[in-house]
Design a protein around this ligand. Structure first.
Ligand code: IMP
Length: 202
């Protein structure tokens, strides 16, 4: 049986400000004190697994152990059909530069990789999100969400984070970078995983 969350405090096991903001927004209707991992000085563990669920588990369990509080981790990324699912779990790595993460660079890299294989249009892709809620005793619950779309070029919009400006969700005329956060939060991969988490554990 799925374990229910019964506390008042929940640690979000991320150092990604964009994700933290989105998750905070999604939890707004609940009376839960949301704490970012960096507020507790919890370091980032190395993500050594080759799946979203594997890496989300590492982050959630590490944070639950360090904080002694239930912790929620999100591992997410974009999978591109014409690139056989890349960058997938390496989505954030594609943004690495000597000066830190640069998502304009990552989006250019993505576009160049698609040009190299002469990928046909529409360039179908998915944003995927795995949420793991872990408790200090080692128990966890896993929820997965997805949104289907295609990649556009050039980048469109200043909103959101990461690869949002090149992701056009199916059935919409605005990219995630053009949508406001309420619109995105209704349909995103994170919203999908989140609604499963809410019905399972809250
Ligand atoms: P990780 O889950 O922290 O390993 O990294 C996931 C990466 O996927 C992020 O750094 C973003 O680049 C990308 N990503 C995940 N969710 C979104 C989203 O909602 N919009 C844009 N990019 C995202």
């Amino acid at each position: 049986m799925t374990r229910k969350f019964s506390g008042e405090q929940l640690v979000i096991a991320t150092h990604n400000q964009g994700k933290l903001e989105e998750i905070r927004h999604l939890f707004e209707p609940f009376k839960i004190n949301i704490i970012g991992a960096n507020q507790l000085n919890i370091t980032e563990p190395e993500e050594t697994e080759d799946s979203f669920v594997g890496n989300a588990r590492i982050k959630a369990h590490f944070s639950a152990k360090m904080s002694n509080l239930p912790s929620l981790a999100d591992d997410s990324g974009i999978t591109i059909d014409a690139l056989n699912g890349a960058p997938g779990v390496y989505t954030a790595n594609w943004a690495e530069t000597s000066g830190g993460r640069d998502f304009v660079y990552a989006m250019e890299k993505t576009h160049n990789a698609l040009s190299e294989v002469d990928a046909p249009y529409p360039r179908s892709a998915q944003f995927r999100c795995t949420l793991v809620l872990a408790w200090p005793d080692g128990h966890d619950e896993v929820f997965e969400g997805v949104i289907e779309g295609s990649l556009v070029w050039p980048m469109r919009g200043e909103n959101g984070h990461g690869y949002d400006p090149i992701f056009l969700p199916n059935g919409y005329s605005e990219t995630f970078g053009e949508m406001n956060r309420w619109e995105k939060n209704k349909i995103s991969h994170r919203a999908d995983a989140f609604s499963k988490l809410l019905s399972g554990c809250f």
